[in-house]
Design a protein around this ligand. Structure first.
Ligand code: DP6
Length: 330
């Protein structure tokens, strides 16, 4: 009745942005997404069902989880109880092994680890059919963190049920580096959950969705061929396309800070002036992920550290998928 799992965060090359309309579809993505699982930015989670509890109890980094996280955790745990026919609540502890207090999305690694640990603690089948929907109930992008390396998440086809998540290539196929420029550690003012729901209000959404199949093909081909310039070019323009939808949604979502623009410009200059193959991408926040090859990571890190507003550089590589450990947190 007790299990512990570990999972890495991930960075999307083709981003998941927007959910289908309708209350029952609120977690069905509008588009397929492709990501790379990260090694350093990881979460460990222990789940134990216990008869003395009146509700699920959850700590993150040894502190009570904030209400928004608790709500998502309970959504996952209720489904686990339903599937397993259990009526006990659970004690849950989660620790983020990020060298920084915040600033990097921990929901992907956190909910992938929770789905894996809760499934085993409840005695459920540990297969993708169980794990993927449980991870998505916590956070959409978490389903990609169940797998290592390069991962594709496709929404269900018309008339079919259930999303599909699969590994495109393993972490050994192509080790890349993601240098996360931490600019701001504050919690984002508008959650992704809210942003996904309002994507429809952007006049640019239709154009984005129409172009994504081509972008996803380019990204997958570049991964297969280990072609960093092609990957980087597609990843940058895709990130800008998603942010254009965010900015033109109602209400408008502008996640960037002044330093976000400074990093974008610096990355472009590093490429043009110094010939360094490095490319930016940005999730729902101000921090910038800079994708580069391991051989260039040091030079790019040094340049990024000099930019005004950059507080820290978190250096991640392509990582493995979620796994069980024998080292419980309590
Ligand atoms: C911009 O997975 O955080 O990072 O399902 O509401 O938890 P919820 O959303 P979330 O959305 C991720 C959005 C993104 C792009 C991506 O990772 O694909």
């Amino acid at each position: 009745m007790k299990a512990t799992a570990n999972a890495g965060s991930n960075i999307a090359f083709v981003k998941y942005w927007g959910v289908r309309k309708g209350p029952r579809d609120r977690q069905l993505p509008l588009n397929s997404s492709v990501s790379m699982t990260l090694d350093v930015a990881r979460t460990t989670t222990t789940v134990e069902f216990a008869s003395d509890l009146k509700t699920d109890r959850c700590t993150i980094n040894s502190r009570p989880a904030p209400p928004e996280a608790i709500q998502r955790v309970r959504r996952v745990m209720s489904r686990v109880r339903q599937l397993a026919g259990l009526n006990q609540f659970a004690r849950i502890a989660s620790v983020n092994h990020f060298p920084t207090a915040a600033g990097v999305a921990s929901s992907a690694s956190g909910f992938a680890a929770l789905a894996l640990a809760a499934t085993r603690a409840a005695g459920l089948r540990e297969d993708p059919k169980t794990l993927v929907p449980l991870a998505i109930l916590g956070s959409g992008s978490a389903c990609r963190s169940l797998y290592g390396g390069y991962v594709l998440w496709s929404p269900p086809r018309a008339g079919r049920q259930g999303a599909s998540v699969r590994q495109i290539k393993s972490e050994d196929h192509w080790p890349l580096v993601d240098l996360v420029a931490i600019l701001n550690r504050k919690r984002k003012p508008v959650t992704s959950e809210q942003g996904h729901r309002q994507a429809w209000t952007s006049p640019l959404l239709e154009g984005r969705l129409a172009s994504l199949a081509r972008v996803a093909r380019t990204v997958k081909k570049a991964i297969h061929e280990r072609d960093l310039p092609s990957l980087g070019d597609a990843v940058e323009s895709e990130a800008l396309c998603m942010h254009a939808v965010m900015m033109t949604s109602r209400p408008s979502l502008l996640y960037w800070d002044a330093a976000t623009v400074a990093v974008i410009k610096a990355v472009r200059a590093l490429r043009i002036r110094r010939g360094l193959p490095c490319y930016f991408t940005i999730d729902a926040g101000p921090n910038v992920h800079v994708i580069t090859a391991p051989e260039q990571a040091e030079a790019v890190t040094r340049a990024l550290k000099r930019i005004d507003g950059v507080q820290e550089i978190l250096c991640c590589s392509t990582g493995r998928g979620a796994y069980y450990t024998n080292a419980p947190l309590f």
